[in-house]
Design a protein. Structure first.
Lengths: 242, 411
């Protein structure tokens, strides 16, 4: 962590903040402050350079055209890629997840290059859109409880050899490849299809990012009863589809 | 303009069959029957909507928020010039619209609320004289079209329309949609919510928004000069005269709806003063804004379905310490994803005692916890109301949650 405050960068809210994913920034910020940390939240619009000195970068979901514009501008800017090679923590959702991969299908139906920060390639599914509550088991190496979220996407994301599945689905589609994987990660770069937003349903993911940023193994406890009540309800809802 | 008497025999039969189906549906206790009646009628005569509208001066009203209220305000204003038929209860897809028009054989005007997704199609069917476009923003993203795609569909559907389009100059998506029309009256009606129009709908460039102005830094797409302007609680007409807006309906958003309605009325020769006086009569719209006496409290019922709607609603509620009850469901008609709660700035409720109900009260609880607000989660509207001190309570609910509350409080 640089200096005394945690630098939390919210990437391109003008393009990639359509599905409530700014909730992830709010949850990370709140949980950091509850642990007595100073937080500097930096919202970077797509006509501004992405700072390279952030501790945690968050990228959300967006519609197809803004996704293409975001990929173009992030490639041109280069800041996020430089931050990543400096070891920054990056957590991405849906359209943002696809942008971190090698390529995805854009709104014009063409293959659009991503940033290549995750070893994944996204295509567009032929069938129904994946919409609904999801329940998944997160990779045991990450030491996190079950993942609950809401998916809403047409994309299918294939993992290459250096990307590990973030989770394996119990209910829901996740990466849409039919092999039960959901999301991907490599080191400190994460991608998921989960909205909800995902940190509101899984505050321990926010804590994982904070631990990575602070380079600590544990954080002081917080009062999580509302998160826990919501998790219990949504996990039950995912296992008993309406 | 002698109304339905000029219809073809087939159309008359369709109208009669539709009314009969509606009556059966009503008798069976399944609501007003307007949608089923319209479906039956359209099946018998697919061109019925166009035929019914032929005899009317039609005004279409569409938007993400405010279309039911604005439809009501325009209908009241135009009654100064002649009888009006309208889908006042908000059945805003082709079947509901057909049903509403079937009921107005003597009307001169048809004032019709249209669902955003159906605007282009209905505009083709009914050849409107005027189309009012208020705003476009994110809503029910688990099933609805993308917001900019809706603007694109409007734009394509309205290209070359003969109608005068009365459109909000302060919403870039609406301006983009309307500017394919040859005859537009721009109204500076304002819009608090800006987060769906940071990228230029035309070229994708980043939008610059100094003060009330907006323009694209890249392609030059910019805010058109308005001829009608909402300014505080007045509306300025094209001659520069300021008319006071006095409404029983609360809030800036309703003053904006009134300003747009005055511009529509003027297009039919009803002067602003007359139009605005008539709008004052509107008290509650399908239960919205109604104040009901429930368990010894005065509960004001407010509907907010999406982030833009919640933002406008926060600006009209009474200040702290007035208690606020929030209710959110996520059933089919609401959209089943609650992520949008995180696009609403709940810190605006700081200082209000807050009570949380509805199917998705736990999503709200986490949202409010992260916003650092104190709140209490209740099982029922009764418990929430009884937990608040006697006096005024503001109750804000999304669509099906609002219907649930109305049923319980007997409104």
């Amino acid at each position: 962590m640089s200096d005394s405050s945690l630098r939390l960068v919210w990437v391109y809210p003008d393009l990639l903040s359509t599905y409530g994913d700014q909730g992830n920034a709010l949850v990370v910020e709140r949980r950091a402050r509850q642990r007595g940390l100073d937080v500097m939240r930096i919202d970077v619009r797509s006509d501004q350079p992405v700072p390279t000195s952030g501790d945690i970068y968050l990228i959300g979901g967006g519609e197809d055209r803004p996704q293409r514009l975001a990929a173009e501008r992030l490639r041109r800017d280069g800041g996020l890629s430089r931050a990543s090679s400096n070891g920054a923590i990056i957590f991405s959702v849906c359209a943002g997840y696809q942008i971190l991969g090698h390529e995805f299908i854009n709104d014009l139906g063409e293959r659009e290059p991503g940033l290549g920060l995750l070893d994944v390639v996204s295509t567009r599914g032929e069938g129904d859109r994946c919409v609904g509550d999801v329940l998944a088991d997160i990779d045991p190496q990450l030491g996190l409880p079950q993942l609950t979220g809401f998916e809403n996407h047409q994309g299918i994301t294939h993992l290459g050899p250096t990307a590990r599945p973030f989770a394996h689905t119990v209910f829901g589609r996740g990466n849409g490849t039919g092999d039960g994987t959901e999301g991907a990660y490599n080191g400190t770069v994460f991608g998921t299809y989960m909205h909800g937003p995902v940190m509101a349903r899984n505050p321990q993911i926010a804590d994982l990012l904070l631990k990575l940023a602070l380079d600590v193994n544990a954080l002081p406890p917080t009062d999580d009863r509302w998160y826990e009540a919501l998790r219990t309800e949504r996990i039950a809802a995912a296992t008993q589809p309406a | 303009m002698s109304g339905n008497s000029e219809l073809t025999p087939r159309a008359k039969l369709a109208v009669t069959a539709g009314k009969a189906a509606a009556a059966v549906s009503r008798a069976a206790g399944r609501g007003s029957g307007s949608v089923i009646g319209g479906r039956v009628a359209l099946k018998l005569d697919p061109d019925l909507l166009g035929r019914l509208a032929q005899h009317l001066d039609v005004v279409l009203v569409s938007a993400t928020n405010g279309k039911t209220t604005t439809t009501r305000l325009i209908a009241e204003a135009l009654r100064a010039a002649g009888p009006v038929v309208s889908n006042a209860l908000g059945a805003n897809m082709p079947a509901g619209i057909t049903s509403a028009l079937s009921g107005g054989s003597d009307a001169r005007f048809g004032v019709i609320e249209v669902d955003e997704k159906y605007l282009a199609g209905v505009a083709k069917d009914v050849t409107p004289k005027a189309i009012a476009l208020l705003n476009l923003s994110r809503d029910q993203l688990d099933r609805a079209a993308e917001t900019r795609m809706l603007a694109e569909k409007w734009r394509e559907g309205l290209t070359g329309t003969k109608a005068v389009v009365i459109a909000n100059a302060d919403d870039p998506l609406v301006v983009w949609a309307a500017s394919s029309s040859p005859n537009v009256v721009w109204v500076a009606a304002g819009q608090e919510w800006k987060d769906d129009a940071w990228s230029c709908p035309s070229c994708g460039g980043v939008m610059q928004r100094p003060g009330d102005d907006w323009f694209c830094g890249e392609c030059g797409f910019r805010r058109p000069a308005p001829t009608w302007v909402l300014s505080g609680d007045h509306v300025l007409d094209p001659h520069g005269s300021a008319w006071p807006i006095r409404l029983q309906l609360p809030g800036r958003a309703n003053r904006a709806n009134a300003a747009t309605s005055a511009a529509v009325a003027a297009a039919f020769g009803v002067p602003p003063q007359v139009a605005l006086e008539r709008m004052y009569q509107v008290q509650a719209v399908a239960g919205r804004y109604d104040v009901v006496d429930f368990l010894g409290r005065d509960v004001r019922l407010l509907l907010a379905k999406n982030p833009a709607g919640w933002l406008e609603t926060f600006s009209l509620i009474d200040p702290p310490p007035t208690p606020v009850i929030l209710s959110v469901n996520a059933r089919g008609a609401d959209g089943t994803d609650t992520s949008w709660l995180w696009d609403v700035d709940y810190t605006r409720l700081a200082g209000h005692p807050i009570f949380v109900i509805g199917d998705r009260r736990l999503d709200l609880a986490v949202r409010l916890e992260v916003a650092g607000l104190d709140f209490r989660v209740c099982e029922t509207v009764d418990e929430a109301v009884q937990s608040a001190p006697p006096g005024r309570i503001e109750l804000i609910a999304n669509y099906t949650a609002f219907q649930d509350v109305r049923r319980r409080v007997g409104n």
